[in-house]
Ligand binder design. Structure first.
Ligand code: FE2
Length: 251
């Protein structure tokens, strides 16, 4: 048992009468199921298993968002497209019906702006949403300028898993500040299970209470993430999400 699941075990959980149905969201817009390109799926088999599981738990469509981070995952859009096309072909050959689309999760580093100037970003939806992430522990320094430039280029920034940034704990108003700039905010469903720890769970619950998010995502890196989510659909905060409008439904 992990340290976090140990903690979870000690919290007496209530259960909702109507568990969350993930089919209510229709589309997941944050996952790492391309094989061997980041810390998500490593083999083609892992990828196909993840896709099958996504379908089994109710999703009709999955947008995968491999990391692009210059020091650790210096993926090019071209390479990701190539890997994606091969996976798509294989999942169709095997008759896995869930629809798939390729985007990316761009880390806000020094090279991001350069990339934004030089090429087409991997984005999703008619609105050209671009998923972006910050460091979990070090506050970003030029994020507002970066958001403005992304918007100027005709994209809509989506800030990934707002609740996981430790320096925003106790400052949920930062989500509202970014939203007022035209940024969309995404929350990880697993944050509400306590998977990333009690403080992140608390921040996620606050985001639900104060309606501080636009999208929800699995951020699934491996099948265990989806199993964990499936096991917690009766948690009151997850069940509550089934009643909310989220932008996933329009993708
Ligand atoms: Fe992610």
């Amino acid at each position: 048992m992990s340290w976090f699941s140990g903690l979870l075990g000690k919290r007496k959980e209530q259960t909702a009468k109507n568990p969350l149905k993930l089919s209510a969201f229709r589309c997941d817009m944050h996952s790492h199921f391309l094989p061997g390109v980041d810390d998500g799926a490593q083999t083609l088999e892992d990828s196909l298993q993840l896709l099958q599981k996504m379908q089994d738990i109710g999703y009709k469509k999955c947008i995968t968002t491999p990391h692009i981070k210059m020091d650790i995952y210096p993926n090019s859009e071209e390479k990701l497209r190539q890997v994606f096309d091969q996976l798509k072909e294989e999942k169709e050959r095997l008759g896995i019906g869930v629809e798939v689309e390729l985007a990316a999760e761009y880390f806000l580093d020094d090279t991001f702006i350069e990339r934004l100037q030089q090429r087409e970003l991997l984005c999703f939806g008619r609105q050209k949403y671009v998923l972006m992430e910050f460091s979990f522990t070090t506050p970003p320094v030029f994020e507002e300028e970066a958001f403005k430039r992304v918007l100027d280029k005709g994209y809509v920034p989506v800030l990934a898993h707002f609740e996981r940034y430790l320096y925003f704990h106790g400052r949920p108003e930062m989500a509202e500040k970014y939203r007022n700039m035209g940024v969309n905010v995404q929350m990880n469903l697993l944050s509400l299970t306590g998977h990333y720890g009690p403080e992140i769970r608390k921040q996620a619950e606050r985001m639900v209470d104060d309606c501080l998010f636009d999208f929800v995502g699995t951020d699934a890196h491996r099948i265990q993430h989806l199993q964990l989510l499936e096991d917690h659909l009766s948690l009151p905060y997850l069940a509550e999400l089934g009643k909310r409008l989220v932008k996933n439904q329009g993708l």
